[in-house]
Design a protein around this ligand. Structure first.
Ligand SMILES: O=C(O)C1=C[C@@H](OP(=O)(O)O)[C@@H](O)[C@H](O)C1
Ligand SMILES: C=C(OP(=O)(O)O)C(=O)O
Length: 432
């Protein structure tokens, strides 16, 4: 994919449904009794992997790709059918970690794995709490990575525990909470900082008993979940790329409609405001416990900032695009406490620093982040996103303001979370 200097971005647009919420709607829809109708479902490859895994466990799921609608015919907590094949999550960390929690409570055995990136990502972080719950789960190659082999619980029920997670990870938290549905008593998870809370919100909405106190979540086992209607808001993590494009390309003004602004996900809005961005939230509403708004973004002169601490989990997937913003800001931007980036679909610190350096940016990697001195003009380069959707989209945005041509290798990886990304950008750029 070749990107040329272009712009401004103009007009009203929407982005695909939230990936985290789409995954959870299928999972909880399957464990609930009755029909769950999901509107604005993200038809990205990761969420399609979740659908395919549940179909393999006998759940009937109807999909209307054109209208972004999914209907899950839930069979209740004990309604999943024994598997005859291996579960393949593709590239999706959320699918493997959350589904493993569910599988540990089933009375059948399973093997779950994914693509080469998934087989390198750390699974020890879920094996530890699940084994404390007396789940029978192991890494097949004994390397704390997928494939994972799971048998039914060693005793009839899993053991409810209080897990103090060493990392703020919604995937770890959600994995333990979902296993907790099959436990013999309450399950508590405490995290060092609050990570995205979509599982807690949706589980309550389906009829689960969930209590949140500070950074601790408690679930009661064996809830009676019933099918619901879910309207998935636009994904703020996808909107972030268009927001950034509008902020850096002169004379841009766009309105991104119906984007999720859950406070555990809105760190990108805070950072944009710290950088001096002209962004307004309009038409704020709430549906199924999840807040959403239209986001009005105008081109702005940006200044560098410092990002770390409890803010990081609220913008973890937006750090690659924040690094691009930092290149167009005056002064220094420091990103720290983001060592989690090293174990995503790619090592995102390395991928950003390597490719930004190729474009002529002043950027330096640190163990847990990066330091960027903004204001140096970027030039086009060949970008290897390492099959990582967020890296590919970040550099497509940078390419709109770089001199010469920017070539993105393996651009199809954007289909993981944002099918139609390139068409959306070129449609918005050409609405001048
Ligand atoms: O729970 C989720 O839906 C997600 C949690 C985050 O991962 P971690 O839990 O590993 O931080 C995030 O990076 C991922 O894109 C989606
Ligand atoms: C890290 C991501 O997803 P996952 O962990 O589900 O693969 C992401 O979408 O940026």
């Amino acid at each position: 994919m070749i990107i040329k200097k272009n712009g401004p971005l103009k007009g009203n647009l929407s982005v695909p449904g939230d990936k985290s919420i789409s995954h959870r709607a299928v999972m909880l829809g399957a464990l609930a009794k009755g029909k769950t109708e999901i509107d604005n479902f993200l038809m990205g490859e990761d969420c399609l992997s979740t659908i395919s895994c549940f179909r393999k466990m006998g759940i009937h799921i109807e999909q209307d790709i054109r209208n972004r609608k999914v209907i899950v015919f839930g069979e209740g907590l004990d309604g999943l059918k024994a598997l005859t094949e291996i579960l393949d999550v593709g590239n999706s960390g959320t699918t493997i970690r959350l589904l493993s929690g569910i599988l540990c409570g089933q009375n059948f055995s399973s093997v779950i794995t994914g693509d080469t990136s998934i087989q390198k990502r750390p699974m020890g972080r879920i094996l530890t709490p699940l084994q404390q719950m007396e789940a029978d789960i192991e890494s097949v190659n004994n390397n704390n990575c997928a494939p994972l082999r799971i048998n039914g619980p060693k005793n009839q029920r899993l053991k409810g525990i209080h897990y103090k997670s060493p990392i703020a990870s919604a995937q770890v938290k959600s994995c333990v909470l979902l296993a907790g549905l099959y436990a013999d008593g309450e399950t508590h998870v405490t995290e060092p900082a609050v990570s995205r809370n979509h599982t807690e919100i949706m589980l309550s909405y389906f009829g689960g008993d969930v209590k949140v106190t500070g950074s601790t979540v408690c679930v009661k086992p064996r809830p009676k979940l019933s099918g619901k209607k879910i309207n998935v808001p636009g994904d703020i993590s996808s909107a972030a790329f268009l927001m950034a494009a509008a902020l850096i390309v002169p004379n841009s003004e766009i309105l991104i409609e119906n984007v999720g602004i859950n406070p555990t996900r809105d760190g990108i809005l805070k950072v944009c405001s710290m950088m001096g961005a002209d962004i307004k939230l309009l038409n704020i509403k709430k549906d199924g416990g999840e807040p959403a708004a239209d986001i009005l973004v105008r081109h702005s002169s940006l200044r560098g900032t410092e990002i770390g601490g409890d803010l990081i989990p609220t913008l973890i997937d937006e750090i690659p695009i924040i690094a691009i913003l930092a290149c167009f800001a005056d002064g220094k931007t420091v990103i720290k406490d983001a060592q989690e980036l090293r174990v995503k679909e790619s090592d995102r610190i390395e991928a950003m620093v390597k490719n930004l350096s190729a474009m002529g940016a002043d950027v330096e990697a640190t163990e847990d982040g990066m330091i960027i001195n903004g204001g140096k003009p970027l030039r086009g380069a060949v970008i290897d996103p390492k099959f990582d959707h967020r890296i590919a989209m970040s550099f497509a945005v940078a390419g709109l303001m770089a001199d010469g041509e920017t070539e993105i290798l393996n651009p199809e990886c954007v289909n993981i979370s944002f099918p139609g990304f390139f068409e959306k950008v070129s449609g918005t750029v050409n609405k001048m």
